[in-house]
Design a protein around this ligand. Structure first.
Ligand code: FAD
Ligand code: FES
Length: 291
């Protein structure tokens, strides 16, 4: 779903932040905090899975942050999970409950999970592969897909990579998804004593996931190098490139196709992405870089 500049109901102009209040805070890991944000105007604008907001820490700056809620669970407030990597994300992670942040959007093209009735045949497998904070833009899609797959012949595989066990985001939700029948696997780059799971890059989890490549739709988000190798491994396994979706990250300024700051090849990532098909023109650049 694409949201053009000028459409958000939350703001008078797409470049003017609306005022949202921090109504909840949760520390996910040492450097990731989930903020629940609620619009002062009272109405949460509609959004799609994998879309993003531009969040303002007033007096410091703006950063693109994905909406981590599913559209159907967004009553009253939206979750944004933020990794503290620099001045803006640090200020947002430190924003106390009750404080005000700026919100523009939602922007961009999100995940296509076949929401329209009959869009995907019954029995479609979904494979979700996330690295680190890359699980944040996928969380809402997994939430809704897990509900759908509880009543459908297709299966849902969630493969998560993290640097170490204490860097796994949404750890409690991974357990809830497992309890709901989702095949959840986690791999860590480095494991302390007592870790009994997989050690290694997230691609190591793919051979262990018994999805049927012919009827698989894959959603991938994480560091660019990880997405390059995951998408290539999925394609090698037989998943059609146009059924592999990846979410690109570029530095954003306007977030809505006005400034050209996020241009990559023929596309503006904020407007034509962040989610793109691995079968499309942009990932060809990623494939080139892998050679
Ligand atoms: C569509 C989109 C969705 C995003 N969703 C999330 C999210 O849900 N949670 C989250 O924590 N972060 C997310 N990000 C990344 C986030 O926007 C950046 O981490 C943030 O802008 C950093 O700003 P800063 O001022 O804190 O740090 P800066 O000082 O600006 O940057 C700190 C470091 O991060 C690098 N960096 C900054 N911006 C980006 C970027 N966009 N891509 C790659 N590297 C970058 C810088 O080069 C530098 O090394 C998303 C980015 C995009 C484009
Ligand atoms: S961030 Fe301005 S055009 Fe994409």
């Amino acid at each position: 779903m694409t949201v053009a500049c000028g459409t958000p109901a939350s703001a008078p102009h797409p470049l003017t932040p609306a005022l949202w209040r921090v109504t909840g805070r949760k520390k996910e890991t040492a450097d990731v905090t989930t903020l629940t944000l609620s619009p002062e105007a009272g109405v949460v604008p509609g959004f799609g899975h994998g879309q993003f907001h531009m969040l303002t820490a007033f007096g410091i700056g703006e950063a693109a942050v994905s909406i981590a809620s599913a559209p159907g669970e967004a009553v009253g407030g939206l979750a944004h999970s933020i990794r503290d990597v620099g001045p803006v994300t640090h200020a947002l992670c430190e924003a106390p409950a009750g404080s005000i942040v700026g919100v523009r959007g939602p922007f961009g093209r999100g995940w296509d999970i076949g929401e329209l009735p009959g869009a995907l045949p019954s029995g479609t497998d979904h494979v979700v592969v996330a690295g680190g904070i890359g699980l944040a833009p996928l969380r809402g899609a997994v939430h809704d897909l897990s509900e759908r797959h509880a009543h459908d012949a297709g299966r849902l595989f969630v493969l998560v990579g993290a640097r170490s066990p204490d860097q796994i985001v949404f750890a409690d939700e991974l357990d809830a998804w497992r309890a709901n029948g989702v095949h959840v696997e986690v791999s860590v780059d480095a494991a302390p004593a007592g870790w009994h799971g997989t050690v290694g890059v997230v691609t190591a989890l793919l051979p262990k996931a018994p999805f049927d490549p012919v009827r698989t739709v894959a959603l991938v988000c994480g560091p660019e190098i990880m997405m390059r190798f995951v998408a290539a491994a999925l394609a090698d396994r037989g998943v059609a490139p146009d059924r592999i979706q990846i979410s690109l990250e570029r530095n954003m300024q306007c977030g809505c196709g006005l400034c050209g700051h996020c241009q990559l090849g023929p596309l503006l990532v904020c407007r034509d992405g962040p989610v793109v098909s691995y079968g499309g023109p942009l990932p060809e650049l990623l494939r080139e870089r892998r050679r």
